[in-house]
Ligand binder design. Structure first.
Ligand code: GLN
Length: 480
């Protein structure tokens, strides 16, 4: 079945005349018919598919897109009731680039509402399930993209990452997830959560596909003033067989209480594999790591409360009509009813928290202070990257948890991102790749981080590791 292949394998098969675009699509659709009722990875499946450019780089390979990225004429609801029935009037820059290279945009994947979460449970469409264990979460917020790729319901996908939302679900589903450097990929057309942290990135079956996808979506964009005008490289050309001369740092602050023993052991075994390939390791300190979660939940909620102010029932999506309209002089009541009914619990929690930390009495004590500590976190990394190519850490402190397990306890949910958040605060790139399984057959991921705009360093080490381990080849048994 062609849906089990990676994009680069399919491109080779098409070139060799051994696969056709129609067959890829029909295999994909029949897999979705069988698996989707169990996994629920998609928020919206396309009724009909556009035709992609012939004989182009991506040759019609389908790609699944997270539901917060705008694709002209398709739903973009952020899995929120407040955007129900909202169709995007334009293409995000990443979608435009994908179409130009001949990709087939296929389906919008489920997510936590507005990308708030680590479990894909806060979606207005209900939870996505982890293909490795349907009782468990796929991680979040790009859980739909990760589950779709892991279950072979997608060849590859795009997600977005504000504090770990690409890497953590990738780790929990045994796929590859890359958060690019802040500014490497345009955010134009990504419905904003926290504008200074958000990045779009690939979720794929292997490292080669992640590099290929970054090649297509990265680069300067005049429509996003935070998108850097720094030349990109061909990321598929930086793979090497060994890692001679590669220096990797292990931060001691990441191997602490709360890290599951099986995850720790897998990451240590991964270190041994990398060492065998020629990489050298040294323990370092990132002393401000302990503040990362607190700083993140101040900055991210502050920005989210401001970004979400635009959803008021006037311009987009859902409007509560029971309270009358502005014409009848009940504008404020309409705002309240619309936002009250349109946003879910977690979104409301974040709007309240964000409004509080930005309020005049508390701005200096919380928001301003958080910005200062964010700089200290970034400085820690800058210092380490003077001497090292990469930093190695676990991606998530635990393997996938049960559906419902952390939903009632936001703090325990927030700690799911303890290892991924710092990369967003520092603006640096980071990749998660599969590095083993627990004894219950749940995937474990390792994370590599590098200096800004040095994604090639991540790809080199990740690729060599992958070529020498079996983890990325494993497939979940969905009893089908
Ligand atoms: N889980 C984190 C949060 O809830 C990160 C989410 C994300 O990266 N979008 O904010």
């Amino acid at each position: 079945m062609l849906n089990t292949k990676t994009a680069h394998e399919l491109l080779d098969l098409i070139k060799a005349g051994k696969a056709s675009r129609d067959k890829i699509l029909s295999d994909l659709k029949s897999r979705i018919d069988k698996v989707e009722p169990k996994v629920k990875a998609y928020a919206h499946l396309p009724k009909e598919t556009d035709s992609a450019k012939q004989d182009s780089l991506l040759n019609g390979i389908p790609i699944a897109i997270k539901d917060n990225i705008c694709t002209k004429g398709q739903f973009a609801t952020c899995a929120s009731r407040i955007l129900e029935n909202f169709s995007a009037p334009y293409d995000a820059t990443v979608i435009k680039k994908l179409k130009e290279k001949g990709a087939l945009i296929f389906g919008k994947t489920n997510m936590d509402e507005f990308a708030f979460g680590s479990s894909c449970e806060t979606s207005c469409y209900g939870p996505t399930r982890n293909p490795w264990d349907l009782e468990r979460v796929p991680g979040g917020s790009s859980g739909g993209s990760a589950a779709a790729v892991a279950a072979d319901e997608a060849i590859w996908a795009l997600g977005s990452d504000t504090g770990g939302s690409i890497r953590q679900p990738a780790a929990l589903c045994a796929v590859v997830g890359l958060k690019p450097t802040y500014g490497r990929v345009s955010r134009y057309g990504l419905i904003a959560f926290a504008s200074s942290l958000d990045q779009i990135g690939p979720i794929t079956k292997d490292v080669h596909d992640a590099a290929l996808l970054l090649n297509v979506i990265s680069g300067h964009d005049e429509k996003d003033s935070t998108c850097a005008d720094i030349p990109t490289v061909d990321y598929t050309s930086c793979f090497t067989k060994d890692l001679k001369g590669v220096k990797i740092a292990i931060p001691k602050e990441y191997f602490i209480k709360g890290l599951d023993k099986e995850v720790e052991d897998s990451v240590k075994q991964a270190k041994a594999v990398l060492e065998k390939l020629g990489a050298t390791f040294k323990e370092v300190s990132l002393p401000h790591t302990k503040y990362a979660v607190s700083v993140y939940y101040i900055i991210a909620t502050a920005e989210a409360s401001s970004n979400l102010a635009r959803f008021d029932g006037v311009q987009y999506g859902f409007r509560d009509k029971s309270s009358g309209s502005d014409e009848s002089g009940q504008l404020i009541s309409m705002y309240k009813q619309t936002r009250g009914k349109g946003f879910g619990l977690e979104a409301k929690r974040r709007i309240i928290l964000g409004t509080y930390v930005l309020s005049s009495g508390y701005y200096d004590a919380y928001y301003l202070r958080a910005l200062k500590v964010r700089t200290l976190i970034k400085n820690d990394f800058d210092k380490v990257f003077k001497d090292f190519d990469c930093v190695l850490t676990p991606t998530s402190p635990t393997a996938a948890f049960k559906v419902g397990e952390r939903l009632e306890n936001p703090l325990s949910m927030y700690l799911s991102d303890i290892y991924t958040i710092s990369a967003n605060l520092a603006g640096i790139p980071a990749i998660s790749i599969p590095c083993g399984f627990t004894k219950n057959k749940l995937p474990i991921g390792l994370q590599l981080l590098s200096a800004p705009f040095k994604e090639e360093n991540l790809f080199r080490s990740a690729y060599a590791f992958e070529q020498n381990t079996p983890w990325h080849k494993m497939k979940p048994d969905l009893n089908i």
